[in-house]
Design a protein around this ligand. Sequence first.
Ligand code: ACO
Length: 329
Amino acid sequence: MGQYGVRIVGTGSYAPPKVLTNHDLEEMVDTSDEWILARTGIKTRHIAADDQPTSSLAYEASLKALEAAGMAPDDIDLIIVATSSPDCIFPNTGCFLQRKLGATNAACFSLEAACSGFVYGFQVASGMLQSGMFENALLVGAEKFSTLLDWTDRTTCILFGDGAGAAVLRRVPSDDNGLLACKLGANGEFAELLGVPAGGTAMPLTHERLDQRLNCLQMKGREVFRLAVNAMVESCESVMADAGISIDQVRWLVPHQANTRIILGVGKRLGIPTERVFMNLDRYGNTSAATIPIALDEIARGELVSKDDYVLLTAFGGGLTWGALLLRW
Ligand code: ACO
């Protein structure tokens, strides 16, 4: 352990006002409220307006996180936006967020690790703070997946929603460190299970590819499901072992919110009672990198956590990527 640790000192979240219900989706594709609820646990999701890019969602969440931290935008010297639905290919979404906030002292970048983006970003931000070079980081998970979806594909369009969550991370003395352990993993052999094929350099956009909807998210849901539970359970077990903490001591398991059955499967394998497994995907759907910071903000604002409680985060997503973090709140 070096000289410094890191603590979350403020959280914020934002979901755009427009709500899309399962019944609304029944009008759009061949599906039913019963199927969606039984297979995923999702009831509603939020959809951003046309004039709200990802950085606008990030901005709203960041304002609240800064307010909770009692900080001004120019106190922030590092902005990381975890997103797989950036405003554009470049410049990075962090720069658009910086401009909106007026956070002129911050270095900015975005980080692309799909649904694992916030967990990856937390470790990256912490490393930069603990190096001593940065003092206050704004870490945001923000997504506008509604623009990546094929709204005629019932196997994917029912799953996702738009939203953002933010956390201000502060450099603290090492004896106050709140990041107890972290485990990140990836397996690029599974890259084709989940992603957006066209629009990058491997498959630039053409009219033909647009007609084939290759610019939209594609997922082999069943295979992803099978791999997700194992990867999240193993990551959680690894960080608990590293920190010497047992599952009985964990106040909250905060898993990536993709599917209730995955979440409950992870909770069961870890042996944590369901009432300590945080779930809000019934209201938001899968907001990818935003699910965990939105959940953290709801836990913080709901006063569902006390200082020094252990909070275990775990995520899984496209790449494939996965990971877990054990926090002391
Ligand atoms: N409404 C009605 N029926 C449907 C729908 C729908 N919306 N979607 C699929 N079906 C049908 C299928 O066509 C299939 O019919 P068939 O048996 O006649 O072929 C049947 O329902 C079962 O389909 P499955 O795909 O096997 O259903 P499953 O139980 O696996 O549920 C789901 C699908 C919800 C996608 C699930 O596999 C899942 O959650 N996977 C993991 C997703 C995930 O965690 N992603 C990772 C994070 S996302 C990220 O990183 C961006």
